[in-house]
Design a protein around this ligand. Structure first.
Ligand SMILES: C[S@@+](CC[C@H](N)C(=O)[O-])C[C@H]1O[C@@H](n2cnc3c(N)ncnc32)[C@H](O)[C@@H]1O
Length: 262
């Protein structure tokens, strides 16, 4: 469950919102984001390209026939949101969002504007409570877990320290979904600029936010047992790009991939 809203402490959803140019953040979030940007200016580039990766992958899945989505670490509403992208392809698509930020919860009503043919729901929970998310009324009443579901983990796993068993939680979530389900991950990496991201991580940790960046092999490990969808786990700029990006892999610093459960 979420902690009560504390506007005096920064939270990842609101820091990210500020980096995306949003208005749903407090002074503590803006200060943390500015300190992060001083430590590593590339922190401003990753969020925008991450949203572009979200758009490309959700549209790919919807066009591949996936009708159900579980988006954990939803973030504050940023259009187009997952349901808008999926329902533009299939208005009957069903989407469940889950996040542990009370401000995201407060915005959930605005976020949950499903097309009339489809459905959306919101679960107030942390990723670490994976099984509780699956057993929640939001999931049980919205998704049919005998039919394929796409589990979406965009820019959330780097907030999960190893001690919280992110690999085990992802594996248990995928185990609960039927064959033909998908996993999508995007994840910040320090591979291209270890020093810049070490400075950034130190700032985030000082502000009380978990920060566990992972290497290519560590990100690929989340897809163990799944069939990779081409081009596999790659810097997100190289995942089926639709236009030339003005940025480099070093500036974007995110790996991403899609895997299908056999
Ligand atoms: C960087 S934002 C990414 C938002 C969105 N998924 C995207 O890619 O644009 C990270 C989101 O993960 C959420 N988050 C962080 N730790 C979490 C946790 N342990 N459980 C659930 N959500 C978490 C934050 O509240 C925030 O909304």
């Amino acid at each position: 469950m979420t902690e009560p809203l504390d506007s005096g402490r920064p939270h990842p959803a609101r820091v990210y919102d500020y980096l995306l140019g949003g208005k749903d953040n407090f002074a503590a979030d803006r200060a943390a984001a500015e300190q992060g940007l001083q430590a590593n200016p590339n922190a401003a580039t990753a969020p925008r390209e991450n949203r572009a990766f979200l758009r490309r992958t959700v549209r790919f899945l919807a066009e591949s026939g996936v009708r159900q989505f579980l988006d954990i670490g939803t973030g504050l509403p940023t259009s187009p949101n997952t349901h808008e992208i999926a329902q533009a392809v299939n208005p009957a698509a069903r989407i469940v969002y889950a996040d542990n930020d009370p401000l995201v919860l407060a915005h959930a009503r605005a976020l949950l504007t499903s097309a009339p043919e489809g459905r959306t729901a919101y679960v107030d929970a942390a990723f670490q409570e994976g099984e509780r998310i699956l057993d929640s009324p939001g999931v049980r009443d919205t998704l049919d877990l005998t039919e394929p579901v796409a589990l979406l983990l965009f820019a959330v796993l780097h907030f999960i320290e190893d001690a919280d068993d992110p690999y085990g939680t992802v594996a248990r979530l995928m185990d609960a979904l039927p064959g033909g389900s998908y996993l999508v991950v995007s994840h910040i990496t320090a591979d291209h600029d270890p020093e810049g991201w070490a400075r950034f991580t130190a700032v985030m940790r000082r502000q009380g936010m978990a920060s566990r960046l992972r290497s290519l092999d560590e990100v690929a490990r989340f897809f163990t047992g799944l069939d990779p969808v081409a081009p596999g786990v790659v810097p997100i700029l190289r995942w089926r790009p639709e236009a030339d990006s003005p940025f480099t892999d070093t500036q974007v610093a995110l790996y991403g991939g899609v895997g299908r459960k056999p």
